[in-house]
Design a protein around this ligand. Structure first.
Ligand SMILES: O=C(O)CCC(=O)C(=O)O
Length: 297
């Protein structure tokens, strides 16, 4: 990352202090950033997709289902690749107001990487164990970040996203388990080094935004409340960050789309080594399926 070069360009929507906070702490939170118009449009499509999921008994590339999902009582963990599923999601992810945030934090030249909608259903929506994202999809540098939109109000009971401030400057953890298989989460023995007592839980009213760097240690607890916790996530990177072969997790047709500025002429390499994930071109479901160790189609 090269904050000075990014800060040399005037911010579109974030103040200098907010941008500096992100570079220093690895995360940022914005309350009620997205208005009701956008939320209504996104919800209309989401409801339609939830309805479509009723016809499915097992997970597939679009729907990551909880084991007790049924037609009468749909329970989704995730809708994968929303930007590739519907023009409203596409407009939001590639041209919507959050792209300004990406530009302020990785710009001026910005690429889209992937999107997903983590539903965290009411009454037990599953936890996301502590992990960092970059090991899932290594890039030549550590600019990628993920912007999340809470599509509903989220409080402490609903499994908000937790981050460990400053952890993006620390260790890149091994996400393989003792058996050598990809676990997608920190091993218990490493959690002791993760300063979990310093966790900040990012919650807020609907329309609020979470932003975390790809090295940020983060996770979230189960949602035992009576309300869902839909978090619509989009990952962007500096255009000069090239993704390593085999590590595109979604197969999204929009991956690598330049959403601001232009394609990089020079590739930027950060020196620190990154963990090499399994070859996802041979199949990937979702972090939930991997962490909970269940099978999907
Ligand atoms: O949904 C969450 O709380 C966390 C999401 C996350 O970390 C991920 O999908 O990689």
């Amino acid at each position: 990352m090269k904050p000075e070069r990014i800060l040399a360009h005037e911010g579109k929507v974030l103040s200098r202090a907010q941008r500096e906070f992100y570079f220093e702490n690895g995360y940022l939170q914005l309350e009620s950033f997205i208005g009701q118009d956008w939320l209504d449009r996104l919800w209309a499509v989401t409801e339609r997709l939830i309805d479509e999921s009723r016809a499915r008994e097992t997970s597939n590339k679009v729907f990551d289902l909880e084991p007790n999902h049924t037609a009468e009582n749909p329970r989704l963990r995730r809708i994968s690749n929303p930007v590739g599923l519907d023009p409203v999601f596409e407009e939001f992810g590639l041209r919507g107001p959050i792209v300004d945030l990406a530009e302020d934090l990785v710009g001026p030249d910005v690429k889209f990487h992937h999107s997903k909608l983590n539903m965290k259903w009411s009454g037990g929506g599953e936890e996301v164990k502590w992990h960092q994202d970059i090991q899932f999809w290594p890039h030549t540098n550590y600019s990628p970040l993920t912007i999340g939109l809470y599509m509903d109000d989220v409080d402490d009971e609903m499994g908000p996203m937790g981050v460990i401030p400053g952890s993006h400057k620390g260790e890149i953890f091994d996400l393989y388990g003792q058996d050598g298989q990809w676990a997608g989460a920190l091993a218990d023995k490493d959690l002791a080094r993760a300063s979990l007592d310093r966790a900040v839980w990012l919650k807020g009213p609907k329309g609020s935004i979470t932003i975390h760097n790809c090295r940020m240690l983060h996770g979230s607890m189960a949602n035992n409340s009576n309300f869902g916790r839909p978090l619509l996530l989009h990952t962007y990177a500096s255009a000069d960050a090239l993704i390593m072969a085999g590590s595109v997790v979604t197969g999204s047709a929009h991956a690598e789309t330049i959403v601001r500025g232009s394609r990089a002429k020079w590739i930027h390499f950060d020196p620190e080594p990154c963990l090499n994930p399994p070859d996802w071109s041979k199949g990937y479901t979702s972090i939930f399926a991997v962490q909970q160790d269940d099978a999907a189609e």
